[in-house]
Write a new protein. Structure first.
Length: 773
């Protein structure tokens, strides 16, 4: 209660004209150089009217990183229109493409350290970030898992969580919208949305190349080149490529060498066609191929002296494992999209986005986390999705501006997951398998209207209605005793099991869910540099099924969950825009929360996965973002997130009432600087950042076990760079986790008498060379 009063009092002081103002609606603390100094680009003076007259795809990169008086600012599309981030009444943070490159951000979850109340640890290599934003997220590891943080790549919704671990290369910007985005962005955005926008083709030749070398035999190579095709400025193209590989920092005592490592390759090719001044088309084809070494589970023995169920004692070194079973992880993603813009007349424009995305994943792992063959796992996943969106919109400058549209989506998903223990291990051999298909269809209509009552006072309101239908066909098989395998190398296949199998679970079900979502946002300009807003919004995450069920008792269907957001915020610019201060206060009313939990296995094997609607909860929070340029050579940034979450109802586990939401630290703090020193032979830059997370729980139901939470910790990063006088060549040296801090990314309930644990990356040192065209 004291914390809530303090937050409200602080924000009230700002609203009444305190020396420092704040916001959340355009949380711009990460803007053009949230992670680094403002982009050193000349000012772009093209008027908004001239930009509006150009085709949208041409405008896509024109002025995206707008250089203002001192601090840069990113143009975002949080409301499906291009707007300066400081003018958007939505809690949104953004990173420009230059900031991403300059600060050596390699994978999408690196973005979380520049956004308050945001975490995204990857526990499946570089594949699937576990997004948690303002306490809202999902711990469900199944292939059917739906993140309540919607992820979009070039305006295309990516449904599969295993397709969201993008490598970051040749991007225009990334924006993170906080709070439910159920009107313009749609379903499964209960906690917010993350939009990644690639660098689009232009009619000017541009590009870059980048090479990197680092510790653990790390190698990086990425490049992009684009420009006009022909002489008439009708066609333009851009191709972007990415490769990274590294050895693991884990040592495996069984194999007497490094465990894991990875290879990550991606490519993107785009063609822009501008046949008339009122029409443009953007074709995008892309793909990724990732291979990793599986999860390096470190076994924390639960028995006396650190022993597991078999008397084995693992190493005390967190980066030393003892795994004998083959572990590997492979994922391929590919897709294509066609985005068309047509200005029908001066009053109406049409946007169409047609997209197809595909995914295939193959995975195997050691599930007893020891040198024995007590447990192994294997999984195969394939997904195909198609989406179509149409939007009609009026000119943004109209007193009454509007957007209406429809969104169609379908996905076919197939998965086969097996678990087994081989004969000869200290525990009895076993086998189980889950084979399923899921077909998802959804349709939505939506609209948003903004009315300018005066030059200072605007009101925006939106409504969306979504219908979603899901059909699942699931069969679980389980051994009936005395398990043997005809081919231990393909043990996961039912044909390799020589003992009888029985059906242990079955689910053939179709459900249809319907939900309206909305938002209402009045905003008021207190002055030319200070704006305030209030936001009332509702979002929903669609229902689903437990994809990890292999016994009838774990078969389950969860209903949709709903979240209502009450939020007030301020955005401000000070001292000739040398200081930007944004802040917000929010309250969440969260109902029918979908919760994944692990329950002890009555047979002593790996824990059993459960999925249910827990009940209700609430979240209260405060966010503050600052960036400053006190002198031209020094750039500073900081953001603070304070969060208080609580389950107020937990139907299946009454003792969990009062628990915090999983992976939702009470405090997140990020701060950093970049200092530039011009010299006769170019520019030297030194920078660094500090990232603090307070205690976070890995489980929603078991929060008294110290093994299942990570205490507060701080990670430091630093970099130095040299830029040539023509700014075409940059050499950067960097170190991540400077103090070599050891911290847990995940720890689970005991399996075979040991707590399986994944640790964060240790200190890593590297160097990169970038050349620009």
């Amino acid at each position: 209660m004291f914390r809530k009063k303090l937050i409200v009092t602080a924000l009230g002081g700002l609203l009444t004209g305190g020396a420092v103002s704040l916001p959340a609606w355009a949380e711009d603390g990460a803007a053009t150089a949230t992670a680094g100094a403002p982009d050193a680009k000349p000012a772009q003076q093209a008027s908004d009217d001239a930009a509006a007259a150009a085709p949208k795809a041409v405008r896509a990169n024109r002025g995206t990183a707008v250089r203002e008086t001192n601090l840069g600012t990113v143009t975002v599309t949080a409301r499906r229109r291009k707007e300066r981030i400081q003018d958007v009444p939505v809690a949104v943070s953004a990173l420009s493409g230059d900031a991403i490159k300059n600060n050596e951000l390699r994978v999408i979850n690196d973005v979380t350290k520049y956004v308050p109340n945001f975490t995204g640890q990857s526990t499946e290599g570089r594949e699937r970030p576990r997004w948690f934003l303002r306490g809202v997220g999902s711990n469900d590891p199944s292939d059917l898992s739906l993140s309540p943080i919607g992820v979009y790549f070039d305006d295309v919704y990516i449904n599969s969580v295993f397709g969201q671990g993008f490598p970051l290369f040749d991007l225009d910007h990334i924006e993170v919208l906080r709070g439910p985005q159920g009107t313009l962005w749609g379903k499964n955005t209960v906690g917010g949305a993350l939009n990644i926008t690639s660098q689009k083709p232009t009619f000017d030749v541009s590009g870059y190349g980048k090479l990197g070398f680092g510790q653990y035999n790390s190698r990086l190579a990425e490049a992009a080149i684009g420009g006009s095709i022909g002489k008439n400025d009708v066609l333009a193209a851009r191709v972007s490529v990415y490769h990274e590989n590294a050895d693991s920092f884990y040592t495996n005592t069984v194999q007497q060498g490094r465990f894991g490592g990875f290879h990550d390759n991606a490519v993107r090719f785009q063609v822009l066609a501008v046949p008339t001044s009122d029409t443009d088309f953007l074709f995008n084809i892309h793909g990724r191929n990732y291979t990793g070494g599986g999860n390096a589970w470190h076994a924390e023995g639960a028995g006396r002296g650190g022993t597991n169920q078999f008397g084995f004692v693992g190493s005390s070194d967190p980066y030393t494992v003892s795994l004998n079973a083959p572990s590997s992880d492979h994922i391929s993603t590919w897709g294509t999209s066609l985005t068309a813009h047509w200005r029908i007349n001066p009053a109406v424009s049409l946007t169409s986005i047609t997209a197809f995305e595909g995914l295939h994943r193959w995975y195997q792992d050691d599930e007893d986390y020891s040198p024995f063959d007590a447990a192994r796992s294997h999984d195969r996943l394939s997904s195909r999705q198609f989406s179509q969106e149409f939007r009609l919109e009026s000119p943004q400058s109209d007193r009454l501006s509007w957007i209406v549209g429809t969104h169609l989506f379908t996905e076919q998903l197939a998965e086969q997951g097996a678990g087994g223990g081989l004969p000869g291990s200290p525990s009895p051999a076993y086998y189980h398998l889950t084979d399923l298909t899921q077909h998802t269809q959804s349709a939505a209509i939506f609209g948003s209207v903004k009315y300018r009552f005066t030059d200072r006072f605007n009101v925006t309101g939106g409504l969306r209605y979504t219908i979603e239908r899901k059909t699942i066909n699931l069969t679980g098989l389980q051994d009936t005793g005395n398990v043997t395998f005809s081919d231990p190398n393909s043990w996961w296949s039912p044909s390799s099991v020589s003992s009888p199998l029985a059906v242990s679970a079955r689910q053939n079900q179709t459900n249809t869910w319907r939900a309206p979502t909305w938002d209402l946002t009045p905003e008021y300009a207190l002055s030319s540099n200070v704006r305030a807003y209030f936001r009332y919004a509702r979002g929903f995450r669609s229902g689903g099924y437990n994809g990890n069920a292999y016994t009838q008792s774990t078969v389950s269907t969860v209903s949709p969950e709903y979240l209502t957001d009450y939020e007030v915020g301020i955005k401000s610019e000070w001292f000739d825009k040398r200081l930007i201060v944004n802040a917000s206060v929010f309250h969440y009313d969260y109902r029918d929360i979908q919760v994944f939990a692990l329950a002890p296995n009555p047979f002593g094997g790996p824990p059993v996965s459960t999925l249910s609607n827990a009940g209700q909860g609430r979240a209260d929070g405060f966010e503050l973002e600052l960036k400053a340029q006190p002198v031209n050579s020094l750039y500073l940034f900081a953001n603070l997130g304070m969060l208080n979450t609580r389950y107020t109802e937990f139907r299946n586990v009454p003792t969990a009432v009062g628990n915090s939401f999983a992976r939702s630290p009470h405090t997140t703090l990020n701060a950093g600087f970049d200092y530039r020193v011009p010299v006769s032979f170019g520019t030297l830059t030194a920078g660094g950042d500090v990232n603090y997370r307070s205690r976070e729980y890995f489980s929603a139901t078991r929060q008294t076990m110290p093994q299942l939470w990570q205490g507060g910790y701080t990670v430091l990063n630093a970099h130095v760079s040299y830029t040539t006088p023509n700014q075409k060549y940059i050499v950067t040296g960097y170190v991540t986790n400077l103090t070599n801090k050891v911290y847990k990314k995940l720890e689970l309930l005991p399996s075979y008498g040991a707590y399986p644990t994944l640790y964060g990356d240790p200190r890593t040192v590297g160097i990169t060379l970038t050349a620009k065209i």
